[in-house]
Design a protein around this ligand. Structure first.
Ligand code: CDV
Length: 306
């Protein structure tokens, strides 16, 4: 079975950009993807606003302005209507306000414009308050609770789709939980600054680690991964691009070349995973969960005497 999939990378969204402007960009990207024949599109994490967790804000009204209280809301409805008109499904990342609870969320919307899945980011990186000495702040722990929905996989007709969000893509557990549900496609959006800085990494490494994580995870869990960056210089901070579609072989099938709004697409052979699932990664035959207890019993690495 072949499935035509697209990734819609976005260039920067500045703070002054309105929701209407940003949704219009999303609609243009969706049309571009549909025009190429794609049936599913991945948009980035927090795709409706600038990456606001770089700022420490305390005014509840100001913070609230970055969150959605309903989905679709008045401003996002055009994207859902367009999906229905084009018959194209999508993944969309946004900041969700649920009562007084705040989550970094993604939804899966089908080609009828209906929400068929929701995920709330589990691996929340960064800090709860600004840190001295860091060139840029990353305050997701201030603005978001840890997600409470686990890593579900959704029936999308011809395939099973799972979701994760940005930092989640670096953790093997993210994909293995979905791999154990026989996920076919994982969609992920990200905002990754080049100069996260606290690691003092050379500037080429964030892009390398992005692809390393995605490629290893697709291969080890026998699934496709469609990964969408928000890229370029946003509010003075450079974020990596490198949006891509990765095959279950671990190979990058197609990759964005720019740091702007850009659609990439690929006709994915969904049977490519079968060979791995029935051989080297035949989970039922080869996995040894009785030896993996530490994974669920321990959070950190133990330095206790051996
Ligand atoms: N939005 C993110 O989750 N960003 C992280 C940064 C902090 C490194 C990431 O893992 O890309």
């Amino acid at each position: 079975m072949k499935m035509h999939i697209a990734v819609a990378q976005m260039g920067p969204i500045q703070r002054a950009d309105t929701r209407a402007q940003t949704v219009a960009r999303l609609c243009d990207l969706l049309k571009d993807a549909a025009g190429r024949g794609a049936r599913w599109v991945t948009f980035p994490e927090l795709a409706l606003t600038t990456f606001f967790p770089r700022w420490e804000m305390d005014d509840p009204q100001e913070i609230r302005g970055f969150f959605e209280t309903e989905m679709p809301g008045k401003e996002t409805r055009p994207l859902f209507d367009l999906a229905r008109t084009l018959g194209v499904g999508f993944y969309l990342g946004y900041a969700e306000l649920d009562g007084d609870r705040q989550f970094n969320t993604s939804i899966l919307v089908d080609g009828n414009g209906a929400i068929i899945g929701k995920y709330r980011k589990i691996h929340i990186p960064g800090d709860a308050q600004s840190q001295d000495g860091y060139p840029i702040q990353h305050l997701e722990k201030k603005y978001f609770e840890v997600g409470d929905l686990g890593f579900p996989v959704f029936d999308a007709g011809d395939m099973r789709i799972g979701m994760c969000i940005c930092n989640d893509r670096r953790w093997p557990e993210t994909y293995r939980v979905m791999g154990l549900q026989a996920v076919d496609l994982v969609m992920v959006g990200y905002n990754t600054p080049t100069g996260y800085g606290r690691l003092g990494e050379p500037r080429h490494l964030p892009g390398h680690h992005n692809h390393l994580s995605l490629q290893a995870s697709a291969y080890q869990n026998t699934c496709w991964i469609a990964a969408a960056a928000k890229a370029g210089v946003e509010e003075g901070i450079h974020m990596i691009g490198g949006s891509c579609i990765v095959a279950p072989t671990g190979e990058i099938a197609v990759q964005a070349l720019s740091e702007d709004d850009e659609v990439i697409n690929y006709v994915c052979d969904m049977t490519l995973a079968d060979g791995y699932r029935s051989n080297i990664f035949y989970f039922e035959r080869h996995r040894r969960p009785e030896h993996y207890r530490a994974i669920v019993e321990r959070v950190g690495a133990s330095r206790q005497p051996l």
